[in-house]
Design a protein around this ligand. Sequence first.
Ligand SMILES: C[S@@+](CC[C@H](N)C(=O)[O-])C[C@H]1O[C@@H](n2cnc3c(N)ncnc32)[C@H](O)[C@@H]1O
Length: 305
Amino acid sequence: MTLQDLQKKYFNRIDRLDLDLIIAHVLKKNREFILTNPKQHLGFFQLIKIKSLISRRIKHEPLAYLTGHKEFYGLDFQVNRHTLIPRPETELLVENVLRLLGQNRQQKNSKHNQTNVSTYVSNSILIDIGTGSGNIIMATAKNLKKSKIQYLAIDQSRQALKIARKNAHQHQVDQKIKFLQGDLLKPFIKKYSSQIENLSSIIIAANLPYLSQEILQSASVDVKKFEPESALLSPQKGLGHYEKLFNQIQKIHLNNPKLPITVLIEYSPEQKQDLQEMIKKILPESQSDFQKDLSGLWRIAQINL
Ligand SMILES: C[S@@+](CC[C@H](N)C(=O)[O-])C[C@H]1O[C@@H](n2cnc3c(N)ncnc32)[C@H](O)[C@@H]1O
């Protein structure tokens, strides 16, 4: 059977792009090769593998789990069923972390004039909470080559951390990033308690589970059936994880009132109002700034203490 025969056979049962990418994955070629070599003959074992992946895709298993890879911020990340598949909208979170850490270091941050950007350069720590495949912290570390900042990635899922460590190795940032398993900031508070007072600032990036039960129910079968619920679902209309995180941050702030803390989070557009009220209540001394994504939907919040 040739590539063309296979494409004809399945063209109305599976998305054409997905089909091409499955074939490309099995043949270890790029999509261009698939498009330009219709007469390429497929071997017996290649066909078995391709057909098995097609039938899994027809049953809604996401392409990224079939190939084991997803591109994020121009980098390739290994993923599996224990990690969320990185979403393009999360690149905006990375943009914001890089803006915060990489912008003109002499310049004061005008909107948040409490925090001088130069304080982020040395003896600061960037903590990625709910790191999953490690996409946020690694995209940051790869793009901030000269920074002396410490990097810490936390997740409660041991299996997700296994994948994150593999990705760190692949991207050669495994010497830079420390990984800890546990609940939100707890492992940081435990392990760094004696060092916190010596830090010049803490930057927290978090894309935590934020879907309410209702929104998760309305998600596609690909998401509901295959992505880990522990990476998606949060109680209290999807804001349970952030509420807990803000309470942990407030404790650190009360114990270290002079330490600048900046928090960047991703959330669902309809949560903006509730989130704003929650931040005012739990972190009364903070200043916050809300940002829309490229589709004009509320997506990112920056909180400064
Ligand atoms: C929405 S996923 C984000 C994954 C990745 N950062 C990304 O952007 O694709 C949320 C992650 O938070 C982790 N998580 C859930 N509850 C947690 C908790 N209480 N403490 C630490 N991590 C948690 C999940 O295991 C999952 O990896």
